[in-house]
Design a protein around this ligand. Structure first.
Ligand SMILES: CC(C)(COP(=O)(O)OP(=O)(O)OC[C@H]1O[C@@H](n2cnc3c(N)ncnc32)[C@H](O)[C@@H]1OP(=O)(O)O)[C@@H](O)C(=O)NCCC(=O)NCCS
Length: 156
């Protein structure tokens, strides 16, 4: 866990995941809410079930001292190759973007997977987000019209 004065980065507990789901609400101002897809909601629900069974969380959250959960990044370890993991989602609420929260979440995921002896981190991203990952050390492995597969070797 990394701590600074304002934002803490940590493995999500059940209360953080529930807060994530609550902050998907249309009642909240646009700049303070997440825009979760159906797939992401299902992943969060399934993670809540895994936490009940005592599994360790594959969600890293950014927790702001006043605003609570303001960002998350989750990853999954390959069933076929335990040295490889994939980033499934990353999102920061609009109010807190451009403040390195996304970069710090990614770094925390890299530290978490390194502790699990994972060597390669993959991501499948829309073309419009590929540059963000490239600046953070990911290289393209496959490019289609609409998405890119990228990967990064994890430092230990
Ligand atoms: C992508 C995202 C997580 C970045 O979070 P963040 O906290 O703003 O990220 P950081 O502050 O660490 O980095 C911001 C930098 O990335 C750049 N950036 C932000 N979104 C970008 C994008 N889609 N493509 C390229 N660069 C982007 C900013 O211009 C800024 O650049 P700078 O450091 O040179 O000024 C955030 O914009 C977000 O939640 N987007 C919507 C969800 C999304 O698209 N997620 C999918 C990624 S697969």
């Amino acid at each position: 866990m990394t701590t600074d004065k304002i934002v803490e980065y940590r493995h999500a507990g059940a209360k953080h995941l529930k807060e994530l789901l609550e902050k998907n609400s249309k009642e909240l101002p646009r700049d303070q809410r997440f825009l979760l897809t159906r797939e992401e909601i299902n992943r969060i629900r399934s993670e809540l079930d895994k936490l009940k069974r005592g599994d360790s969380s594959k969600f890293i959250v950014a927790v702001h001292k006043d605003d609570g959960v303001i960002g998350f990044c989750n990853f999954d370890v390959s069933r076929w190759s335990p040295k490889e993991a994939t980033i499934e989602s990353i999102e920061v609420v609009p109010k807190h973007r451009q403040n390195s929260v996304g970069s710090s979440l990614l770094e925390e995921v890299e530290r978490a997977v390194a502790r699990d002896n994972i060597e390669t981190l993959h991501v499948v991203t829309l073309e419009k987000n590929a540059e963000w990952y490239r600046k953070r050390g990911f290289e393209p492995t496959y490019t289609s019209k609409s998405f890119r597969k990228m990967q990064k070797r994890v430092d230990r």
